[in-house]
Write a protein that binds this ligand. Structure first.
Ligand code: NAP
Length: 282
């Protein structure tokens, strides 16, 4: 684990690499200066364009930057997902998007299947390099596997249904989502963790405080390090320059087995929305 660096990557099913430490947009130029190379945006947050502008302004080669966007959560369909990919490419002026996710599983079976097909086609066309889902529960993921098999048949064979490269969920010690994580690990799906620092709301937590004292690091740094050591891709967000730097300064210490055990909390305490609990018809 001590080999983790700010340049650490994971390999996705698509064969491409994803930088492990992601950055949830806004002050992207500052984040690039601090060493981040992975930006998580979404059409619905209207932050694709400023992210892309920062990418273009920087002197970092495009190939070293990892840019994510997402198909909006409402009104999912084949046509809307296909149109969103075109719109994101146009708005950002980028030649390709590194990762396109379906933002949430709402809309019912046919919507999800259609939107997935649009991602698969865009990946084949090189418009997006890797594809995946966000906020899907195990029931949605199991359903996706069926879609993938159906699509394979419809589209003429093995691999034609696509593969899930990445899944994105709210994950931190108070929402470990063990069922989803296990599902992904079995299939080589990279897990991204949003709200990795619980929106700054747990910094005084009695579980966190002893680790803060032991390592001389901040609560945010302990939580980001936990996420990285779990093998996740944490996406901490800050608009505060000093915190952007702080959140990337996590490569000079290691949580030991006892520390990791202390953070194994059997809780379900989301700080954001939780579409994973939605029924298949919602
Ligand atoms: N797929 C989805 O549905 C979904 C949902 C939510 C989020 N996301 C993604 O995940 C990213 C992060 O999520 P998030 O912003 O909700 O939660 P977060 O990263 O856990 O927390 C961000 C909050 O913590 C504060 N903060 C940042 N660094 C800190 C530090 N070192 N010490 C104390 N407080 C600190 C920030 O304040 P300041 O900014 O004022 O510094 C901000 O209020 C988003 O930007 C987005 O890209 C995805």
């Amino acid at each position: 684990m001590s080999k983790l660096t700010i340049n650490s990557t994971l390999r996705m099913n698509s064969g491409y690499e994803i930088p492990m430490l992601g950055y949830g947009v806004y002050v992207v130029t500052k984040a690039f200066e601090a060493g981040y190379r992975h930006v998580d945006s979404a059409a619905v947050y209207r932050n694709e364009e400023p992210s892309a502008a920062a990418i273009k302004r920087s002197s970092i080669p495009r190939s070293q930057i990892f840019f994510t966007s997402k198909v909006p959560p409402r009104g999912l369909s084949y046509a809307r997902a296909a149109a969103q990919i075109e719109a994101s490419l146009k708005l950002t002026g980028l030649e390709y998007i590194d990762l396109m996710l379906l933002h949430a599983p709402y809309g019912g079976r046919e919507s999800r299947k259609g939107a997935w097909k649009a991602l698969v086609e865009a990946q084949e066309a090189g418009k997006v390099r890797s594809i995946g889902v966000s906020n899907y529960g195990v029931q949605h993921l199991d359903e996706m596997e069926l879609y993938i098999k159906e699509l394979e048949k419809e589209r003429g064979g093995e691999g034609k249904g696509g593969k899930i490269d990445v899944g994105q969920w709210e994950i931190h010690p108070w929402l470990p989502r063990r069922d989803i994580v296990e599902w992904c690990e079995k299939r080589g799906v990279v897990v991204q963790a949003y709200c990795p620092i619980v929106r700054g709301r747990r910094m005084d937590d009695p579980v966190l405080q002893p680790l803060v004292k032991k390592h001389g690091k901040t609560g945010a740094q302990i939580l980001i390090r936990w996420s990285l050591q779990k093998g996740f891709v944490p996406l901490p967000k800050s608009v505060t320059p000093s915190r952007i730097v702080e959140n990337a300064d996590v490569y000079d210490f290691e949580l030991d087995a006892e520390d990791m055990k202390a953070l194994e909390i059997n809780a379900y305490e989301p700080c954001a929305w939780d579409p994973t609990v939605a029924g298949l018809e919602e």
